[in-house]
Design a protein around this ligand. Structure first.
Ligand SMILES: [Zn+2]
Ligand SMILES: [Zn+2]
Length: 276
């Protein structure tokens, strides 16, 4: 199975390959720069070559670039929209340079534009991008707090439907659970997968962010827990990693070390649950 972690690129993006191997992952995710500030991905040619070669030699892939947290595609504000589009363009160009298949983004918050207005803004912002061949933009399911969109599968489906790009979806299990999709039981997982297929279509599901949740279903609170240690729990997680429509997709872990439980611990746990 393909499972890996969100790893650091400190000291050079090529270090992500060794960081991934160290935790026992064979695919994974990176930020190209600090996600809390507007900053350009700074990838020099030698690092890019080393990253590509290391990935080809040691990993299965895919890699995902997670875009900056400042990006807000749904915003009605012109300056924020322009910065968001510019930032996304640099991420898809970095992905092209690194041979990375996916750039993942949250739709963002409509901040008063309304759900339909916000979704329209997201579509038109995405459509401004010049996405290189071989790179696919994934919209991530959101926990849906405040005016953030992407909590309902219908939001993601609307953006996929309306955009001129061939977009995909990244399903974050903690976010979907917080947004009201009950993944804590095998039956709940099966129902959620069926609903995803009905509303979006499983052919558009390219990746999962495999996170448990510290908060209950439907609370819209986004706080990750280690696999099986949160409110989704062992029964839900076992079904997610074993579900016939999910198990062949890449699983990316995003919950940093806490209480002595590292990415390596989580990756081992996923393999154990998948083998049960
Ligand atoms: Zn995310
Ligand atoms: Zn996520």
């Amino acid at each position: 199975m393909r499972v890996g972690a969100h790893v650091s690129v400190a000291g050079g993006v090529d270090n992500a390959v060794d960081n991934q191997r160290d935790v026992g992952g064979n695919c994974g995710q990176i930020f190209t720069h600090s996600p809390q500030v507007w900053q350009d991905p700074n990838v020099d040619d030698d690092e890019a070559t080393a990253f590509r070669e290391g990935t080809a030699e040691h990993l299965d892939g895919p890699w995902v670039i997670h875009s900056s947290y400042l990006v807000n595609l749904c915003t009605p504000k012109d300056d924020l929209r322009a910065k968001s589009v510019d930032s996304m363009q640099r991420e898809v160009d970095a992905a092209d340079k690194l041979g990375i298949e996916y750039v993942n983004v949250h739709l963002g918050a409509h901040t008063g534009a309304g759900v339909d207005g916000g979704l329209d803004n997201a579509v038109s912002a995405l459509d401004e991008l010049d996405v290189p061949e071989g790179v696919t933009v994934l919209v991530e399911s959101d926990a849906g707090s405040g005016t953030k969109l992407g909590g309902d599968f219908e939001h993601l489906a609307a953006v996929l439907e309306e955009s001129t790009h061939d977009l995909g979806v990244c399903l974050d299990t903690a976010h979907a659970f917080a947004a009201g999709y009950d993944l804590s039981t095998p039956a709940g997982v099966d129902e959620t997968v069926d609903e995803f297929d009905d509303v979006i279509g499983l052919e558009h599901l390219h990746c999962l962010h495999l996170n448990d949740s510290k908060h209950a279903c439907g609370t819209n609170k986004d706080e990750h827990a280690h696999v099986g240690e949160g409110e989704i729990g062992v029964d839900g997680m076992r079904r997610i990693v074993g579900h016939p429509d999910l198990r062949d997709r890449p699983f990316v872990l995003e919950t940093p070390t806490e209480d002595g439980k590292s990415f390596a611990w989580n990756i081992d746990r996923v393999h154990e649950l998948a083998a049960e």
